[in-house]
Design a protein around this ligand. Structure first.
Ligand SMILES: O=C1O[C@H](COP(=O)(O)O)[C@@H](O)[C@H](O)[C@H]1O
Length: 262
């Protein structure tokens, strides 16, 4: 199945597109039982995601948990911390929705183990092939095509835990070097995966990903259920020619996904 692509004319429209999609998916998921696990990226994403989700009225926050798709192994007082940025943007009364990555600055592997343990503890995941299934994942992409903390040439991540849901690296080409990340396998088991990509500087990468150019780690994001959505702006979409089938200005509500997913 081809990915769905939404192209926004400006930042406000991009946020609105993400909000519409999130509202539709969350309303559907909240009608089912259990906790909704959402994975979010760092970098430029926290502002867009936070603005989108916080503008959805009447959400049952008690059943929503937000996890980091990747985290830098730095203290939360460090401006590079992804989770600190979400915590800063979320209102005080919703801070518990964000599931922290426990940080052991001097022991990266321990951070990775604790990260996975927290996924097991709070995500209460439905497993498929022994891999958890996030309900929703929002991925960013770097200008080099990295996603989460999976960088070019480093797609084969080190196995840290038996479950292998997460990995760690201490040589990230983008600072800070020490990071933990979901593995590609975990990402690809999520039920709804989307990329949010902004700016002309990422236009080449967007084209590459859509053509499955293997030099970009983001091209390996191929959800097992084929549900992949791109939220782009005019800049990041500027080098792709869009088939009318793929384009929507605002996401349309979708019918419930096939039963094997939920
Ligand atoms: O280092 C990271 O970079 C990517 C992309 O960030 P962006 O600022 O270029 O959007 C991000 O998705 C990832 O979570 C982060 O740790």
């Amino acid at each position: 199945m081809k990915p769905k692509i939404y192209v926004a004319n400006n930042n406000a429209e991009l946020i609105e597109n993400v909000r519409t999609y999130l509202a539709e998916r969350l309303n559907y998921l909240l009608e089912q039982n259990g906790t909704i696990g959402i994975g979010v990226s760092g970098g430029s994403m926290p502002k867009i995601f936070t603005e989108a989700i916080l503008s959805i009225p009447n959400l049952n926050w008690k059943r929503i948990r937000i996890f980091m798709v990747d985290e830098r192994n730095v203290d939360v007082s460090n401006p590079d911390s992804n989770q600190a940025e979400y915590t800063r943007l979320f209102p005080e009364e919703l801070k518990d929705v964000i599931v922290p990555v426990p940080i052991f600055e001097k022991d990266l592997r321990r951070t990775a183990q604790a990260y996975e343990l927290n996924l097991r503890k709070y995500l209460l995941p439905e497993l498929y092939n022994n891999v958890p299934r996030f309900d929703l994942l929002f991925l960013g992409v770097g200008p080099d095509g990295h996603t989460a903390s999976i960088f070019p040439g480093k797609e084969r991540l080190e196995k840290i835990t038996d479950m292998n849901w997460v990995s760690a690296l201490d040589d990230s080409p983008k600072p800070p070097p020490s990071r933990v990340t979901l593995t590609l396998n975990t990402i690809n088991h999520a039920k709804n995966v989307s990329f949010i990509i902004q700016g002309e500087g990422k236009a080449e990468v967007v084209r590459g990903i859509l053509h499955k150019d293997q030099k970009y780690p983001s091209s390996y994001v191929r959800p097992i259920n084929d549900k992949l959505v791109f939220f782009l702006d005019k800049g990041s979409a500027s080098t792709i020619s869009l088939d009318l089938d793929d384009v929507g200005s605002t996401p349309e509500p979708e019918s419930p996904p096939p039963s094997f997913e939920e």
